[in-house]
Design a protein around this ligand. Structure first.
Ligand code: GLP
Length: 241
């Protein structure tokens, strides 16, 4: 696991952007695994800038998002579908048919999980998967206790995760209780993984990610077993390392 230490959130976003841009410029039809949350927002802004400066094109790229809430429609501002369009896809030259986000409103959610896996397999897995880090060690929405062998599946969100994400909703009641997420094994099949982390409140989680035991109780710990992981972390997030 390579750890790149940067000064702050801005530097983390810039560093991540240059790694992604390099990947796409080397292989224009790259398959990119994307994430939501506050962590990658700065990266998406940087990518839009690079696109506007004509330093990168997404014409041939394909994307797969990690996860989506169950029961939130795509036109709801809290859906990850809406987030991705708003924060990135609407501002770059990616072909809409090449972007994939699990459908949290599918009638048959088990079928949706199987279909999503199938699509990822057909695309021959992610060339690079972007990850954030949940306070409890979740990656995607794989909460503590998720089998390390899991594929795309439906999860019950932890209360702590619902609370962490409540800031986007009007009331706690509106925060979904379920989500659909790529599994841990799905993520581990990515050729390269780039995990971004910023801020002191994640410092404990970063310590467990880097130094802790590999356990289902802290899903991100499995990344220690992947052959090509780059963690881009700011000084505050690395306080306990
Ligand atoms: C969310 C997402 C994850 C994200 C994590 C951290 O619940 N499902 O993909 O990485 O929690 O979020 P943030 O970046 O806002 O701290």
């Amino acid at each position: 696991m390579e750890i790149i230490k940067v000064k702050d959130y801005q530097d983390m976003s810039r560093e991540a952007c240059s790694l992604l841009v390099d990947t796409i410029n080397k292989k224009p039809n790259s398959v990119l695994g994307l994430a939501t949350g506050s962590t990658p927002e700065g990266l998406y802004q940087q990518l839009i800038k690079k696109y506007q400066q004509k330093e990168v094109s997404f014409q041939q790229a394909k994307t797969f998002n990690l996860d989506e809430y169950v029961g939130i429609a795509s036109d709801d501002p809290n859906s990850y579908y809406y987030f991705m369009n708003e924060k990135l896809f609407n501002h770059i030259d990616i072909q809409k048919g090449n972007t994939h986000i699990p459908n949290g409103m599918a009638e048959d959610m088990d079928q949706e999980c199987r279909d999503y896996e199938q699509l990822i397999r057909k695309a021959e897995h992610m060339d690079i998967q972007l990850l954030g880090l949940g306070l409890n060690g979740h990656i995607g929405f794989n909460e503590p206790g998720t089998p390390l062998t899991s594929r795309t599946h439906i999860v019950e969100l932890d209360e702590s995760t619902r609370m962490a994400n409540a800031r986007f909703f009007n009331t706690m009641n509106e925060v979904p209780k379920k989500a659909i997420t790529m599994g841990i094994d799905t993520i581990m099949e990515s050729k390269k993984i780039m995990l971004l982390v910023s801020g002191e409140k994640k410092a404990g989680a970063v310590k467990r990610l880097v130094d802790g035991d590999i356990t289902e109780e802290f899903p991100a710990s499995i990344l220690q077993k992947h052959h090509d992981v780059t963690v881009i972390a700011d000084e505050a997030a690395l306080l306990e390392i």
